[in-house]
Design a protein around this ligand. Sequence first.
Ligand code: IPE
Ligand code: IPE
Ligand code: MG
Length: 238
Amino acid sequence: MLFKKKINADVRELVKTSGLAHVAFIMDGNGRWASSRGLPREAGHRAGAKNFKTVMRYCRDIGIRYVTVYAFSTENWKRPESEVRALMRLLDSEIDVAKEENDVEYLFIGDKTAIESAIRARMDELENMTAARPFRLNIAFNYGGRAEIVHAVNSLVSEGAVSVTEDDISRALYTDGCPDPDIIVRTGAEFRLSNFLMWQSAYSELFFSDKMWPDFSKRDVDRVVEEFSRRKRRFGGL
Ligand code: IPE
Ligand code: IPE
Ligand code: MG
């Protein structure tokens, strides 16, 4: 217990000294986690949702201010209808659980218009009831990085813009008000971004884990923080 506490304090300190404000997770590997246990893929998504809460709370407790998670991509509609339906049901049930969470401000990033109206209303309700809390969680759902940029540019054009700046685009993205991710973590032993935060990731550090998402632990978060604190970010300078 004492040991566990000590690690936590050290990691909290590292979060502070390294300036780690925003961590984004590509929560990949739920399906393979389930298949390797002889379980249906949906069981993997349930295990993934459970682990998401553990990791998200831990990030909050060690002093990270912003977390973004990739939960459903604009390309995930290509999956069998039964799996898509299971993911929508899971989203719906997780909204109830989320309402009990303290200190967490929820924001869904992505195109909500394609989501069933009853669920969408509950997403809006969760966002409204948790506004302006100290820890911000962005849930990327029906999210695609390219679609987000197109949406941003179209909204600027509809406001009358004839040319746009980088700042204009940043402000028109779903992540407005949130610093770019300092580090993007992908689990599931795949080494790509899969259309996640295409604009915001320009200078993000990248961290890849061979673990399937349901197995990604608090200790693994500690490893991310430790690794981040060793990276030298130059942003093109010297
Ligand atoms: C990530 O896990 C969750 C979603 C994309 C919804 P996967 O479902 O992609 O799991 P694998 O990659 O097939 O194991
Ligand atoms: C990325 O995982 C999307 C989410 C984790 C929600 P995918 O499993 O959809 O990515 P690809 O298809 O392997 O690139
Ligand atoms: Mg996958």
